[in-house]
Design a protein around this ligand. Sequence first.
Ligand code: PMP
Length: 436
Amino acid sequence: TQTRTELDLSTSKRHYEAAQHRIPGGVNSPARAFKSVGGTPLFIDRAEGAYMTDVDGNRYIDYIGSWGPMLFGHAHPDVVRAVKEAADASTSFGAPTEIEIEVAELVCDLVPSVEKVRMVNSGTEATMSAARVARGYTGRDKIIKFAGNYHGHGDFFLIAAGSGPLSLGEPNSPGVTEGNAKDTLLARYNDAAHVRELAESYEDEVACIIVEPIAGNMGCIPPEPGFLEELRAICDEHGIVLIFDEVMTGFRVAPGGAQERYGVTPDMTTLGKIIGGGLPVGAYGGKKAIMDYVSPVGPVYQAGTLSGNPLAMRAGHAVLSKIATEKDDIYPQLERYSEALEEGTRQNLDALGLSYYTTRVGAMGSLFFSDERVTDLETAKACDTEAYADYFHAMLEEGVYLAPSQFEAYFFGTQHGEAELDKTLAAQRNALKRIH
Ligand code: PMP
């Protein structure tokens, strides 16, 4: 069918109007505001499995999954039960609990680089803390980050992506000081030679290289063969701490994240999203020698009133223990879905004579509205973002909820099955036809 179904978004519109009076932009995180695609952000009522329902009663197949956490779908019974049971015993103690040991042990068992781990409350906290520890450990100030990678909103990560050979970052948010910016060196993603140049010209000054081992924040861009291996070698040669930011990729592309998938082991890893099963959790971990620099055993201070919160730890434990016991089924299943989704997308594109670029790794991927390969920020920026916006709205009307930006990946989980695949591809066929 090609009939355009106009969505009734009247309640969302009313809420959005009210929200803007008391909440900046009406949202508590900017990515939710539909800024790059226009229109009214959907206010959500509830979600279950692969489906989400907005306050007007419209139902969608969800490919955001709360921006990553929902590997097992929404309201998974194990997670819901864990949270309810935890709440009955009080929501927070500010004292150590047994469940924290179990979660730490699971993380160490699953993630190759992690020998010790510290829980925090968000991905932002995880990366900020990891960078501080790397700086304390090496006694150096500078960090290398990649244009188009996102590591949360810590000051020294909010450096303009910049175009061309820009290497000294400029703040890209008022409030980030020049002082912060001068310690952040910007490199091109998938360009190890550029990183090597930076490491050599700032010999003995670079504390860490932080990288999304699969970029997910300029759309999904996998590492080119050899890129991560080269970063590992550069860090070894220059005494630099290699940090994989696996907030998005951790437990998503393999039980042990991108580092397991590509066989490259960083010195430190940051985690978030799936690790908390939808509750606010982040974590950073790594080699014992480095993690023992963290307070109270070491000199680098880092703390949190709600860190290791019992609700969050119970939810995380439910998810991680499921991964640990069922990984041999889970990841091949996700891979099959990913393959079929890409294959079906290719067929839809071919039928319309389109040659847009697709990427996928494990349970994440992107459809780039560009005929060229996308390997870094510059090539990502060449995408037709207006066409993506049209596609996004057409997909919503077809009942599929995608990320409201070309520069975000899609995510799915184990609740996305045969039926969801067929509906998604049919929706995509209609949507692509309508906008071209
Ligand atoms: N690192 C990466 C790779 C991320 O994708 C994100 C969030 N999208 C963060 C860090 C920040 O995590 P949070 O939003 O939980 O602070």
